[in-house]
Design a protein around this ligand. Structure first.
Ligand code: NAD
Ligand code: MG
Length: 399
């Protein structure tokens, strides 16, 4: 008989915040004695990527960045670990025969590789919410047709997933997404107008990558999560509520037709959601902090403010309009985010640009294929870049 077959895993985006937490969970659950790692992928952080590949015994290591190919190759020389780079390298990693794929690349860059893994039937542990925001039902269908499972990793969606029994889906009345409110929860728009990326990235509760940290400050992350919830749980936009809960202890809730509300709680630590996605439908033992309710003493709640945080309003607009508006909103905001981080536009300009591009691209037909999604994504990027350049010219002229 021999030893049981080890599960084979791939981590797309292994060098990021979710990626490193995933490797920590894998280590806690037995590491190389329990799992085989088919592939790990990163971008510019070659030292960490090479170190991870060696430590996990990965078969393939991929950098998304073509110009880092040679340095990854020399970092792994003599190890027997295969090396690839660029978009085709990411697809190659996704197509390796892992049973379970952690989708933890940041942004729309994660869509094509995650889709490739879904199409060949891998279970998808989904951190990359952008897949669902941009491709929506097409992505859900690709997973279903591939035959794998779609297991949410986003803490809110993991909480909902854990609070939702399959045979009670008919009785779901509402999904309540909790939001920390981010570092600017109590700030006025005037105060937010002048902040830098350094200030905006300091999240009160969670330690995360740059994009999602800034997205927590603008609540654009919550906007993405509303759309993510719509597609994951097949609910109407009107069934999705957001409540600000500054302590981030309740990770989200499901309200039922009998008035019951079921919630999942825990310390703000992504490893709980990652572990659940890895061992689902079982639970495992994890070395994470336990909640101390006496010490917590209280949990607070506030209504979200769509005037100070217009991203929440944009998510509703995108869901109402449907079609490719999610792809447009996400792509325009990614470009605006890059411009904010490089100091070209202000914090509040990000939502303004996303809204302007969404309004200009309402005529786009509903997505019938992934090509439509990629085309809308690319057009929105071009238009957002133009809008940013125009804003800079106007600011230059005024100065
Ligand atoms: P991160 O920036 O820390 O890591 C991103 C990963 O993607 C890294 O491995 C990086 O090398 C790689 N990457 C960057 N640009 C790439 C490109 N163009 N092509 C291919 N790979 C690229 O991000 P993160 O915080 O770990 O977030 C990853 C995803 O998980 C995001 O979609 C985010 O919204 C989601 N998420 C993160 C958290 C969290 O706690 N960090 C929580 C919920 C959801
Ligand atoms: Mg989240």
């Amino acid at each position: 008989s021999g030893a049981p077959q080890k599960r084979r895993l791939t981590i797309l985006g292994s060098t990021g915040s979710i990626g490193t937490n995933t490797l920590d969970v894998i280590d806690q659950l037995g590491g190389r004695d329990a799992f085989e790692i088919a592939a790990v992928t990163g971008n510019g952080n070659i030292d960490l990527l090479a170190e991870q590949a060696k430590a996990t015994g990965a078969e393939l290591a991929v950098t998304a960045s073509e110009r880092h190919y040679e340095s990854l190759k020399s970092a792994l020389a003599g190890t027997g670990i295969e090396v690839a780079a660029g978009r085709s390298g990411l697809i190659e990693a996704a197509e390796r025969d892992a049973d379970w794929v952690m989708a933890a690349i940041v942004g729309t860059a994660g869509l094509a590789p995650t889709l490739a893994a879904a199409e060949r039937g891998a279970d998808i542990a989904l951190a990359n919410k952008e897949c669902l925001v941009s491709a929506g039902d097409l992505f859900v269908r690709a997973v279903a047709e591939g035959g794998g499972r779609l297991i949410p990793v986003d803490s809110e969606h993991s909480a909902i997933f854990q609070s939702l029994e399959d045979d009670q889906r008919h009785a779901v009345e509402r999904i309540v997404l909790t939001a920390s409110g981010g570092p600017f929860r109590t700030w006025s728009r005037e105060q937010m107008a002048g902040v830098t990326a350094e200030i905006a990235r300091a999240h009160p509760n969670w330690s995360m990558g740059l994009k999602i940290s800034i997205g927590s400050a603008s609540m654009f992350n919550k906007a993405l999560e509303m759309i993510e919830a719509k597609h994951l749980f097949d609910v109407a936009p009107s069934q999705i509520e957001v409540i600000v809960h500054p302590q981030s202890i309740i990770h989200s809730m499901v309200g039922y037709t009998d008035g019951s509300v079921i919630a999942q709680l825990g310390c703000p630590d992504m490893r709980t959601a990652i572990g659940y996605a890895l061992t689902y439908p079982m639970r495992t033992k994890l070395d994470v902090d336990r909640l101390d309710f006496a010490k917590l003493a209280r949990l607070d709640f506030e209504a979200p403010d769509e005037v100070r945080f217009p991203a929440l309003r944009l998510a509703r607009t995108a869901m109402e309009r449907g079609g490719l508006q999610g792809a447009v909103m996400n792509a325009a905001e990614e470009v605006a985010f890059d411009a904010f981080v490089s100091g070209r536009i202000g914090f509040l300009d990000m939502a303004d640009i996303a809204e302007a591009i969404m309004d200009r691209m309402t005529a786009v037909a509903p997505a019938v294929s992934m090509d439509d999604v990629f085309a809308a994504d690319s057009e929105a990027r071009t238009r957002a870049a133009e809008a940013i350049a125009a804003k800079e010219r106007a600011a230059g002229a005024a100065a």
